[in-house]
Design a binder for this molecule. Structure first.
Ligand SMILES: [Zn+2]
Length: 467
């Protein structure tokens, strides 16, 4: 059997790995969209590098768009097999894909207006909302720790990866010529002691491991609990300077963590009396999905639930739905906190909020997650004095802060902890995926120091034979 890495290979988006058995059976792990890579993303999103009609099964690790975002395109190009994932992932993916389809259609409609005027050929969206709906019919639920037989030769088990609601590590036991090979795909691995979720679970001994490596060279070291930093930034910006705090945050995961932290501050009676906006219709839906899946909460959240029926709601919080309301926030001079997507500030309403608030040193842009270096968020985190927004240059006068420990990804100690259930002697090979190349090279050394003999960093479309 072999495996080909069609995405998240020496970068962090477009997760897509195709296992091909001797009898030509194809199993696809994730079908993510490439993001934040400019024109290159477009090209990569339009060409899978394999024939979707020749894929028989798909397993989805979790609902982030860089893992599920091209599923409608896969189906539109002929894939009609099952897509296995947890029920929480299915619920989240549904809202994320519908949202993604709307964005694709809107963007293309906008471009096509200009193209029509210039007499240029019109573009097609990557997929439409109808195609997204069609693809959703392929989803099949496999819950955590259930032994599921895809075929008598292919067995599947999902374990909690602790990364976002419903996220899983994927374990396949594949029997060929009477010999069983165990392949683990980590998916994205969360942190131990996450604010909301359970720890990543241990898993049975694997022969081959596809391991994410986003933070393979760093440790998340923030001083003090997240609530304290958040409170300090809100007080300094809103109460002392009378400004706004703009927080780009993924609609799924990060937004709910922020709400949970703000709620914790309210429970302590220290939350400043301000307006708190979540300006993303998707975030509201994602928060609802989380509330419908209390089975994923860790012990602390379950404890809070005993006294607070809604751990994601507090005084002053408002979810913004319409674009009119979103735009109205620009004209409101009062200090406030705006949580809006996307997390890398590459798209979505938050880009407008940053554009409108970046000029004043009263305001703070607070980064709370991973940003691809070329994304707007990446440039801000890098401390660039000027940034491009919608084709224009803006001076960065607003203060840029970050809370690194809010990453949904584990750091290298978390990743080593994740591997602690394995006997390194018995792991034939680790393939590092979902990381930047220089980070992966660093992490590869760390893994070797920890007894894992063979570590490879596959490049885009590289095919590797599993012996
Ligand atoms: Zn993820």
């Amino acid at each position: 059997m072999n495996i080909t890495f069609h995405g998240a290979a020496r970068n962090v988006t477009g997760s897509k790995h195709l296992i091909r058995l001797k009898d030509e059976t194809g199993i696809l792990l994730d079908c993510g969209m490439f993001q934040g890579m400019g024109d290159q993303s477009e090209d990569l999103n339009e060409h899978f590098g394999f024939n979707p009609k020749k894929v028989d099964y798909m397993v989805l690790s979790h609902a982030h768009i860089d893992h599920c975002g091209l599923i409608p395109r896969l189906a539109a190009e002929g894939y009609d097999g099952p897509i296995y994932c947890t029920s929480a992932t299915m619920d989240l993916t549904r809202i994320l894909l519908m949202d993604s389809a709307h964005i694709q259609m809107q963007d293309v409609a906008y471009d096509n207006k200009h193209r029509a005027r210039k007499g240029q050929p019109l573009l097609e969206p990557l997929y439409t909302d109808e195609q997204a709906m069609e693809a959703l019919r392929l989803f099949k639920i496999v819950e955590y720790n259930q032994e599921f037989e895809i075929t008598p030769q292919i067995k599947l088990k999902l374990t909690d990866a602790g990364h976002i609601l419903g996220s899983a590590s994927v374990h396949l036991a594949i029997t060929e010529d009477g010999k069983t090979t165990n392949i683990t795909f980590s998916g994205d691995v969360g942190r131990y002691d996450d604010m909301l979720l359970n720890d990543p679970q241990p898993f049975a001994q694997a022969d081959y491991i596809l391991l994410e490596s986003t933070y393979g060279d760093s440790l998340h070291k923030d001083i003090g609990p997240i609530e304290d930093t958040l409170l300090e930034i809100i007080k300094q910006t809103c109460e002392v300077k009378g400004g706004k705090v703009i927080i780009p945050a993924f609609s799924v995961g990060r937004t709910q963590e922020l709400l949970y932290a703000l709620n914790a501050l309210e429970l302590k009676g220290v939350l400043p009396n301000l307006h708190y906006y979540v300006d993303s219709p998707l975030s509201e839906k994602a928060t609802e999905v989380l509330m419908n899946h209390p089975e994923v909460y860790n012990k602390q959240v379950k404890e809070v639930l005993k006294t607070d029926a809604n751990p994601f709601g507090f005084k002053g919080l408002r979810f913004i739905q319409s674009t009119e309301e979103s735009k109205a926030l620009n004209d409101d001079p009062r200090p406030c906190v705006i949580i809006s997507s996307s997390g890398m500030a590459e798209a979505g309403r938050v880009k407008h909020h940053i554009k409108n608030n970046i000029n004043s040193n009263k305001n703070t842009i607070l980064m709370v997650g991973y940003c691809e270096p070329n994304s707007l968020g990446g440039h801000l985190l890098n401390g660039d004095p000027e940034v491009h927004i919608f084709g224009e240059m803006y001076k960065v006068n607003a203060e840029v802060r970050s809370i690194r420990s809010m990453s949904a990804h584990g750091d290298y100690e978390d990743l080593l902890h994740f591997l602690a259930c394995q006997n390194p002697e018995n792991v034939k090979e680790i393939y590092l995926v979902h990381g930047e190349y220089n980070v992966q090279q660093h992490f590869s050394k760390t893994l070797k120091e920890n007894g894992f003999k063979n570590v490879e960093i596959p490049y885009q479309h590289q095919k590797i034979e599993l012996k």
